[in-house]
Design a protein around this ligand. Structure first.
Ligand code: ADE
Length: 210
C-alpha cells in the first residue's frame, strides 16, 4: 500500500472521528435507547465526520463514484470478486465500526454497504478496512509488478494457485516436478491447470461448489 501511494496510484487519508464530537469531552458514543448492552457510535458525530470528507448531507442515489462502506460482521463477506468490483470506484470511504454498534440513522443516511471480512468478531473495523484497502490496492494497474501474476492469483477464477518451485532443483531429497524442467510450455500449462483443480478439490472443496 505504501509503495502504491508513493507511485501516486492511490492515496490514503484517515479521519479522526473524535475531532467531530461537539462536546468538551469529545464524546463519540452513547447508551442505546431502550436499554441493552454497550455503547453505540453517535449518528451526529459520524455524520459530521462523513460530511467533512464528502461535502454531502447524505449519500447520493445510485451511480456515484464514491462508495461508503461500513465494516461490520453483519455485511456480506468480502472476497476477491468483491475486491475487483470495488477497485472500479474512484473513492472508497471505510467507516470503521466500533463499540457495540452504530446508530442506525447514520447507516441509513450515509452508508452504501456493510461489509464483513469473515465470520468472527473483531474489536473494531480498522483491521477489516486495512484488509480490504490492501486487497483492492493490489488490483490497481501498476501496483503489482507483473500484471500476469494477478491473473494467476489464488482465487482468481475461483481456484487456488498451482504449486511453485525455485532453485535449488533438489532440496532435502525433494526434487522439482519433471514437467517444469521440460521446457514444454503447453505441458506445463496443462499440469498447472490440473494442479489448480486438484488442490482446490483437496484444500478448499467449498470453492469448487461455488
Ligand atoms: N467488525 C468487527 N468484526 C468485523 C468483521 N468480521 N468484519 C468487518 N468488520 C468487523
Amino acid at each position: 500500500m505504501g509503495k502504491a501511494a508513493q507511485k501516486g496510484i492511490v492515496s490514503f487519508h484517515a479521519t479522526q472521528i473524535r475531532d467531530f464530537a461537539a462536546d468538551r469531552h469529545h464524546t463519540v458514543d452513547d447508551t442505546p435507547y431502550g436499554g441493552g448492552e454497550g455503547m453505540l457510535m453517535k449518528a451526529d458525530v459520524l455524520h459530521a465526520a462523513w460530511k467533512s470528507i464528502t461535502g454531502l448531507e447524505k449519500k447520493p442515489e445510485k451511480g456515484a463514484k464514491t462508495l461508503t462502506i461500513m465494516t461490520s460482521p453483519q455485511g456480506p463477506r468480502f472476497d476477491q470478486g468483491m475486491a475487483k468490483e470495488l477497485a472500479g470506484y474512484e473513492k472508497i470511504i471505510f467507516v470503521c465500526g466500533h463499540y457495540e454498534g452504530v446508530d442506525e440513522r447514520f447507516i441509513e443516511l450515509c452508508v452504501d454497504r456493510e461489509v464483513s471480512i469473515g465470520d468472527y468478531v473483531l474489536t473494531g473495523g480498522e483491521l477489516p478496512a486495512l484488509v480490504m484497502a490492501d486487497t483492492i490496492t493490489r488490483l490497481l494497474p501498476g501496483v503489482v509488478g507483473n500484471d500476469r501474476s494477478l491473473t494467476e492469483d489464488s482465487l482468481e477464477n475461483g481456484l487456488l494457485k498451482y504449486p511453485q518451485y525455485t532453485r535449488p532443483r533438489d532440496f532435502e531429497g525433494l526434487s522439482v516436478p519433471d514437467v517444469l524442467l521440460s521446457g514444454d510450455h503447453k505441458a506445463i500449462a496443462l499440469w498447472r491447470k490440473q494442479q489448480m483443480r486438484d488442490r482446490t478439490a483437496s484444500k478448499r472443496p467449498d470453492l469448487l461448489k461455488k
